[in-house]
Design a protein around this ligand. Structure first.
Ligand SMILES: C[S@@+](CC[C@H](N)C(=O)[O-])C[C@H]1O[C@@H](n2cnc3c(N)ncnc32)[C@H](O)[C@@H]1O
Length: 401
């Protein structure tokens, strides 16, 4: 709710937290993001509901007339809904909103790509905490697609030392999440820090590993919560790391090494990390890669250590219609591994990989959203845009260091 206006609208894009790498936006660019944020909010709060009406009134009866039975699972519901005009409208508007977000973000950052690159260069100059490695190969599950419709995905480089892909991700995220991730898009990381403080009061992990850190939105809250810890934040994408390192440096963060690498196999000794985590990462990896990544976590976790992964909730226990709606991203938003992860019993997967000696768990983690951004009720889980995260992980027996 926008208290000033008395209406339920997204906070303005100009409330996005400013940092050293923030792109400069004109009035019209801000207006575009404001339109998109409110459009997305309207879509996810109002328009989505019409799908259930269309299904009950048209798609299910038509399917039943033809086959003599109702659709049995989310796949059959999708087939039944494919030709429904309301679903087609909703789906195409959602897709358009994502494409428009990319267009708005790219128009903003590409016109100032050199200035952003130069700012990152100056903030990163000579820093031992930025470790890029041009020999790191991007695996096919990342290189073969533009993740969630981002042209060039996380990896496109138009200039030497480019950061535009990351700047676009950073600028556009607020429009999709309508402020629910917080001003600095760090609500998940804040939630992890708060959850850890409750789970292990007084614990000060010495070595922390952030898997698939992106530009570090959710690394910074851990760096602040554990200022004496050495944190390694790993990502495949050089533009994300350059931008993320510069952004963090501008915030005064000094205890994070931003490292280019593939988290399926990392150059650290066994048992190197007390706390290993990921936020919004695993659903972007293939099934074989997911297993290799978790096996690597198994190798790297120290005795007494803990690991935790934040994702959207598993489909288990949900209505088939709800699963069908959630599957939209898999089919129409370039998230091909989405369905598989959400169909997986993650604690069982952990045990099958070798964590059987550990205490495997699932939990919910509420995002920490501050600085006047909209707060979501504890129980709200809004298609991953805010509120509640699903998390799974395990705790390793041994002396907690
Ligand atoms: C959704 S994004 C960033 C998520 C980030 N943890 C956050 O909370 O903002 C996912 C990131 O995972 C990275 N990634 C994908 N596969 C990877 C891999 N095998 N190793 C390291 N990073 C990977 C991508 O480059 C991308 O930056």
């Amino acid at each position: 709710m926008n208290a000033k206006a008395g209406i339920d609208c997204a906070p303005p894009w100009s409330d996005v937290g400013q940092h050293a790498m923030s792109p400069q936006a004109t009035h019209d660019e801000i207006a575009r993001f404001n339109f998109l944020a409110n459009f997305n909010k309207y879509m996810s709060s109002r328009v989505v509901g019409g799908n259930a009406v269309a299904y009950a009134a048209r798609a299910r009866p038509a399917w039943e007339r033809e086959r003599g039975r109702a659709p049995q699972d989310r796949r059959e519901i999708r087939a039944a809904m494919a030709a429904d005009p309301y679903y087609q409208m909703w789906s195409s508007l959602r897709r358009s909103a994502m494409e428009m977000r990319q267009q708005a973000g790219r128009a903003l950052v590409l016109r100032q790509a050199e200035a952003l690159r130069d700012r990152a260069r100056s903030l990163n100059a000579g820093a031992p905490t930025l470790r890029l490695d041009a020999t790191v190969a991007v695996p096919r599950y990342q290189s073969a697609l533009d993740n969630h419709c981002m042209p060039g995905s996380y990896f496109a480089e138009y200039l030497t030392d480019d950061v535009a892909a990351a700047a676009n991700y950073d600028a556009g995220m607020f429009a999709t999440t309508t402020g629910l991730f917080g001003r600095y898009l760090d609500g998940a990381g804040g939630g992890v820090a708060r959850w850890l403080a409750a789970r292990r009061p007084g614990w000060q992990p010495r070595r922390i590993l952030d898997l698939g850190c992106g530009l570090g939105h959710n690394t910074v809250p851990l760096a602040r919560a554990f200022p004496d810890a050495d944190i390694v934040a790993v990502d495949l994408a050089a533009p994300m790391l350059r931008y993320g390192h510069a952004r963090a440096a501008g915030m005064g963060i000094r205890n994070v090494v931003f490292m280019q690498g593939n988290v399926e196999a990392l150059p650290f000794e066994a048992g190197s990390f007390d706390f290993i985590y990921s936020t919004m990462f695993l659903h972007e990896t293939s099934w074989p890669a997911l297993r290799r990544i978790l096996a690597e976590v198994d190798r790297l976790l120290a005795p007494g250590g803990l690991h935790l992964h934040l994702e959207q909730p598993p489909y288990r226990g949900m209505e088939e219609f709800e699963k069908f709606l959630r599957d939209w991203d898999c089919y129409h938003n370039n998230e091909p591994f989405w369905t598989t992860l959400h169909d997986t019993d993650c604690p069982a997967l952990l045990r099958s990989i070798g964590f059987a000696r550990d205490t495997c768990f699932e939990t919910s983690i509420h995002a920490v959203v501050e600085h006047g951004m909209p707060k979501v009720a504890e129980e709200v889980e809004d298609f991953g845009r805010g509120g509640m995260w699903y998390a799974f992980g395990s705790e390793r027996p041994g002396v907690v260091s």
